[in-house]
Write a protein that binds this ligand. Structure first.
Ligand code: HEM
Length: 203
């Protein structure tokens, strides 16, 4: 922030330092908080989209072949991979008022955890929710959240996922899982692998 004040150059920090709405500016603390959420929200989540997505395809060879045969499916494929193995599993809110939710009374200021990962497998919303269908229609999943705080990086993450997964399949026609065990990171909220061991040239 100090650098930007001394010698401004365009970019995220610059935009946050300069942002002004009807005379209102972001405080130093708010700028730092926004940098942290953009960095954290934009890095591991997208890594996990790619890692979880490739693992899911390798576990569903018929669907992977379908995508190889129809590369233009990549856009809906990434949406389905986001739904099926959501990189961000839950979020939390404080109730703004006394409300009833799913038959339960929630008092004002009480903390609520919304598990998007569960909503994304809700059989009342998604027919046959545990089936991976790369061409799934009406796939309005919650992987990027919903409403006011809907992910600000969603368009970038989608493009990154489409390019990374699409290119991997195109460049390596024979990728396969190595026999190493699949180990998930121990993080309740961010679902991702510690490592994904794949053989790119499998015969
Ligand atoms: C697959 C990748 C991603 C996933 C699954 C993801 C998921 C989410 C979710 C679920 C939320 C809403 C949280 C809530 O309502 O409490 C969110 C918000 C946010 N995401 Fe992402 N995200 C991804 C990529 C990115 C990228 C690439 C960036 C930045 C370049 C980013 C920046 C943010 C920011 C700044 C917010 C807060 C928005 C707000 O509060 O108004 N995310 N993300």
């Amino acid at each position: 922030m100090e650098d930007q004040k001394r010698s401004p150059c365009p970019g995220l920090v610059h935009s946050l330092v300069k942002a002004e709405l009807e005379g209102d500016r972001l405080t130093e603390e708010e700028i730092i908080a926004n940098c942290i959420i953009t960095l954290v929200g934009g890095l591991e989540t997208t890594t996990n989209l790619i890692g979880n997505g490739v693992l899911t395809l390798l576990r569903h060879p018929d669907e992977m072949q379908r995508l190889r045969n129809h590369p233009d499916l990549i856009v809906s494929a990434v949406e389905e991979l986001l739904r099926y193995e959501s990189p961000s599993q839950h979020t939390a809110r404080l109730a703004p008022a006394d409300v009833e939710l799913g038959g339960k009374a929630v008092r004002k200021r009480q903390a609520v955890i919304a598990v998007m990962g569960a909503g994304n497998r809700d059989p009342e919303r998604f027919p046959d929710p545990n089936r991976l269908d790369l061409a799934r229609q009406d796939n309005r999943h919650l992987a990027f959240g919903w409403a006011a705080h809907f992910c600000f990086g969603a368009p970038l993450a989608r493009i990154e996922g489409q390019i990374a997964i699409g290119t991997l399949l195109k460049r390596f026609p024979k990728i396969a899982l190595e026999s190493a065990p699949i180990v998930w990171r121990e993080n309740l909220g961010l679902r991702g692998l510690k490592a994904l061991h794949i053989n790119l040239q499998s015969t």
